[in-house]
Every structure is written in C-alpha cells, then in structure tokens.
Design a protein. Structure first.
Length: 427
C-alpha cells in the first residue's frame, strides 16, 4: 500500500511508481483502472527482476518491479494544482506553503525534515553526554522572559499572560533541582518584520548547566555544536550530497573572538567600521564566517562579550569590564545559530538587574524564589533548530525548514490571500 508517485501510460500497459514510508518501487500492469497521481492505493502482484536495460541504479529498488495483478484505489486524488511528479519542485515559496500538505509529500521536501530529525537526535545524544536531564517546560508564562515588546500577550482566564520568548526562566529554575538540564521547546517572538531568517514560532534546543564558569560553558556549548552537526552530517550524508552542500568543516578547536575583535577583523577585510555597534550585522556574520573557514578551517566561530545593556537582564556582566557581558553567540556558515551566557546567580544582583531594566521583581516571583534559596554559578545556551536545518542544507529561507511556519503574514494560510478570498465572495 502506498501513494502513486508517477504514471507512465503506454496504452494497455501502464507503469507507475508506488511510494510508501520505506521508499519507491516501480509497478507495471495491463488494463489497470484509471488512477491519479497521489492517490492512495493497494497493489497485489508479484515481485520480479527488471529486464537488464530497465534497471534504475538511482534507487535501492531499481532492480525490481511489481507485476500488478490487482489495483485497489483506496482514495482517489483530485487533479493536482501543479506537477508534483518532477524531481525538483520549481515553486515560489508562497505556493510551496499554501499547498503545504501536498508539497510535504515530495521527496526533496521530506529530506529537509529527515535532516531536522537527525539534528534533534544529535543534540539529545550530546546533551546526555554532558550529563543533562531532559525536562519539559510550559509555553505560557505570567511574565515576558526578557521584557520588551516582542511578546505575544494573551488572555488567560481573567488574567494577562504571555507566550514565552524562550524557556529561559524555567530551565534556570530547574538547575538547583537537577544541576544540568536540556530541553526542546517552542519559542514565540513577535518579530516586527518578515525576513529570511526569523519565525514567529520556532523550536529551540537548550542546555543549562550548574556549577559552571564562563570557560566551561563555552567548552560545553562548542562540544554540543560539534557533536550535533557531525552526527547529522554522518547520518544524512546522502541527503547533503543531493542538496549539493559544501563539505562541513568542523575543527576540534572552534575559533573564539570577542565582539570587538570580530568587528576589527571585518573592518580589516572589508573597510567597513562597525566597531561601535552593539552586535554583528548579517553581513558581518557572513564575513567573519568566511574568515573562520579560510583562516581556521572551521564552519563554526564563537563570538563573546556583547554589551551588557543589549543582553537580557539575567546575563552576567564581565567582572573585568561591566560594560560587556559574559555572553556568546555561535555562528555557523554565515549566520548565528545559538545564543547563551553565564547568568547572574546572586539573588540581590538579579533583583537590581530587573529593576534597572524598568521591570518589577514582583512579576518574577517564582523565578526569583529559585535564587533566594541558593543558585550555583550557572549558564547555558540555546540552538535554533530551523536555522541549523536551513544552513546545513543551504536553503534560501528558514520557512522551508519549518513544517508549518508562522510569521507576520501566515498562520497556515496567508492573511492577505484570505482577505482576497473574502472580497471575492462579496462579504
């Protein structure tokens, strides 16, 4: 049983490819009932060797075919809006997403999410090697995680609540219980623009480690990144070849630069001076990645010491220079895939940091409770699953790496196209 993938009708004799979860096999029969592409069918027949001239070396079942004795149509597909039988889907991104349940059936699209599954497996394996316990945290919170306006506010019974920007506060609260934790979580950010690298709902892969200083956190973060990417590259080698991606360079020693060091390298290479900016621009990220690949043979580069004022309230300032923080980003193939830091673990300093950002400590009562009763030196990091998938496969837009992407213009359907449909109906 499976789906009809392609049909080649030669009059009385019909060839078609049958797809199921294990792969594709060619079927051939005479005087078969008319069936449409993507119909769900049941085939009864005999497995034969193909004639030598008909062998397809491109698929594992290419030496075999099924001589169809009976074809039962379980569900006849209607006429398709485009040709999904092509080896490459040549569709615009809106069309690809508007017909998502159909385009996800295409082999090349499915491969994206096979890679994504392997990234997740690799991350879990690496986190367990670090001695982390997997936890599961809420996505509804009484306060916004990091403050600011990029949050989705919702009515929670008779109260106000928020969709979490990240699981940050909850994973910190669990450090005194389990010491080292990891989790996979949804994160919601009301991004004010539509870009190729942002989603309103994304999947994060997080670790939080207790009794760890800044250098130990950097080591753990880079270990997790190397292990996750290497695992995926080994398991999905054939898919990465199909997508014609460059060989991944994973150096055992990931180059580390402070933000200002990275900006000075960019200035030397391009003549563009961003040394007073609080972050790397997307162009800077691409340039410093080019430097790391050519000079350090690494597709990964760690950037540390971002300005304290530009990081979340719980980020530890550098004791040597409090203008900068003990924070870090990890850049992979020209884009940030991870952010993290050592956290403030002193209760009173954390209360002051909340007040300094114009927020109320009373809004963080349960969070602060964990620090009031003893919090060790700790910190952590968070990977973006969709971005990692996009960069490993060289995709042009992060939406391609999300099964059902959410952004300013879409929740399954494009809001603009829904309005157009309403107008057409005369409502």
């Amino acid at each position: 049983m499976g789906f009809v993938e392609k049909i080649r009708d030669h009059g009385k004799i019909t060839f078609f490819d049958l797809r199921d979860r294990t792969g594709i096999i060619q079927c051939v029969g005479q005087d078969l009932p008319k069936v449409n592409i993507q119909s769900a069918v049941e085939v009864l027949g005999k497995v034969n060797k193909r004639p030598e001239k008909m062998i397809n070396a491109n698929i594992p079942t290419g030496m075999l075919e099924i001589a169809v004795e009976k074809l039962n149509i379980l569900s006849q597909a209607q006429e398709l809006p485009f040709d999904i039988a092509k080896d490459e889907l040549d569709l615009t991104l809106p069309t690809l997403l508007d017909f998502r349940t159909l385009t996800l059936r295409h082999g090349n699209v499915q491969k994206i999410f096979r890679v994504q599954e392997s990234i997740m497996e690799g991350f879990r394996i690496a986190s367990q090697k670090l001695g982390c316990v997997e936890i599961f945290t809420p996505t509804i919170s009484a306060s916004s995680t990091e403050g600011g306006t990029n949050v989705f506010k919702l009515k929670y019974y008779d109260h106000d609540a928020y969709l979490v920007q990240s699981p940050q506060l909850y994973k910190q609260m669990l450090v005194p219980a389990f010491e080292r934790v990891y989790l996979v979580s949804r994160a919601y950010r009301q991004e004010p623009s539509v870009t190729t690298r942002h989603l309103s709902e994304s999947i994060q892969m997080d670790c939080e480690l207790g009794f760890a200083d800044f250098e130990e956190l950097l080591d753990a973060m880079e270990f997790t990144a190397r292990e996750t990417i290497s695992y995926t590259a080994d398991k999905c080698m054939d898919i990465l070849k199909d997508y014609k991606t460059e060989d991944i360079k994973i150096n055992p020693v990931v180059p580390r630069l402070t933000l200002r060091e990275a900006q000075n390298i960019v200035k030397e290479r391009t003549g563009i001076d961003h040394t007073l900016e609080p972050d790397l621009t997307p162009e800077d990220e691409r340039e410093i990645s080019g430097w790391a690949r050519s000079e350090k043979h690494s597709d990964l580069v760690t950037i540390t010491h971002f300005p304290t004022k530009k990081r979340a309230f719980y980020t530890m300032p550098d004791p040597k220079n409090k203008e900068y923080s003990l924070s870090y980003d990890l850049i992979f193939r020209g884009m940030e895939i991870l952010s993290g830091s050592q956290r403030i673990n002193d209760y009173q300093k954390l209360v002051e940091a909340i007040k300094d950002r114009g927020m109320k400590p009373s809004d963080f009562e349960m969070y602060l409770q964990a620090f009031k009763y003893g919090m060790p030196p700790e910190g952590g990091f968070s990977f973006g699953l969709e971005r990692m998938t996009m960069l490993l496969l060289g995709l042009g837009n992060v939406r391609q790496a999300s099964l059902f992407p959410r952004d300013m213009e879409r929740v399954d359907f494009r809001f603009s196209s829904k309005k157009e449909k309403v107008k057409k109906k005369g409502h």
